[in-house]
Design a protein around this ligand. Structure first.
Ligand code: COA
Length: 255
């Protein structure tokens, strides 16, 4: 069963996360579906814009925590890493419509989107430290660039939630809408506007706005080394077990 709904409306490709019972937490199969849709969209001249959203009351609860416990021999080739590279390499406008919580990769992927629209229920969190992990998807570089070092420390060290109002203030999102219906309607309207613009000028402008991706790729590679190491740490094992057992983690005996 595919838990990413991929649909086309003329030049607009829509990717909808569809695993509401698990808060749209991403499984390897979902990463693969997202990656292959982005790769196909890149090479299909008929696709001019992509729009990502989530079904239900959560945009995305991040990586599936049970999957974190599966050992990976080649981290760089694993589905999450391939998805992150597909985001960096995507050369067409990418819009996100965020309704409800966006956690972990659900939040960090937004740093790669050109336009991010949210509903009032949106809230962002990057709880890597509390899971015994480190930031990914270039967020340790892109987040402080966007919000400054002090706020990035609140988000990445303390794992603070950022509600929709604060996300707007920090320019992590472009606008906030009162309902999911208004949110998706607005996001689709902006996608249509972009799809109607002169494609070469749009893509060239976007490339200029993004700049040289080599620093982002280098940081992603650095993060990936630390992330792969942290995944098997005693801290991470305790954090994952605590999440799955619905209890508070106890890091007090770990040094
Ligand atoms: N991986 C696996 N399962 C997840 C999940 C994740 N990242 N996030 C949520 N789920 C599951 C829960 O285990 C629960 O499953 P169950 O009904 O079989 O017990 C179900 O989704 C509902 O989650 P719940 O926490 O009860 O929903 P909520 O509405 O109270 O909270 C969130 C929603 C997104 C705020 C909360 O689920 C959350 O913080 N999830 C973890 C996010 C996270 O740490 N992600 C990894 C980042 S690196």
């Amino acid at each position: 069963m595919t838990e990413v709904v991929v649909s086309r409306s003329g030049p607009i490709l829509e990717l909808r996360l569809d695993r509401a019972a698990k808060k749209n937490a991403l499984t390897f199969a979902m990463y693969e579906a997202l990656t292959s849709a982005l790769l196909q969209a890149r090479s299909d001249a008929g696709v001019r814009v992509a729009l990502i959203s989530g079904n239900g009351e959560t945009f995305c609860a991040g990586n599936d925590i049970a999957d974190f416990m599966t050992p990976r021999s080649d981290f760089g080739a694993a589905p999450p890493s391939r998805f992150i590279e597909a985001l960096v390499a995507f050369d067409k406008p990418l819009i996100a419509a965020v309704h409800g919580p966006a956690v972990g990769i659900g939040a960090t992927m937004l740093l790669h989107c050109d336009l991010v629209y949210a509903s009032t229920t949106a809230r962002l969190r990057m709880p890597f430290v509390s899971l015994g992990l480190v930031p990914e998807a270039g967020s340790s570089l892109l987040l402080p660039r966007r919000v400054g070092d002090a706020v990035a420390a609140e988000i990445l060290l303390l794992g603070a939630w950022v509600d929709a109002g604060r996300a707007l203030e920090l320019r992590l999102v472009n606008s906030v809408f009162p309902s999911a219906t208004e949110l998706i309607a607005f996001a689709r309207a902006r996608a249509s506007d972009l799809a109607a613009s002169p494609v070469q000028a749009l893509r060239a402008t976007r490339a200029l706005l993004k700049g040289d991706p080599s620093a982002v790729r280098a940081r992603i590679a650095e993060e990936a080394l630390a992330f792969a190491k942290s995944l098997t740490s005693a801290e991470a094992k305790e954090a994952f077990a605590a999440f799955l057992e619905r209890r508070a983690p106890d890091f007090s005996k770990l040094v």
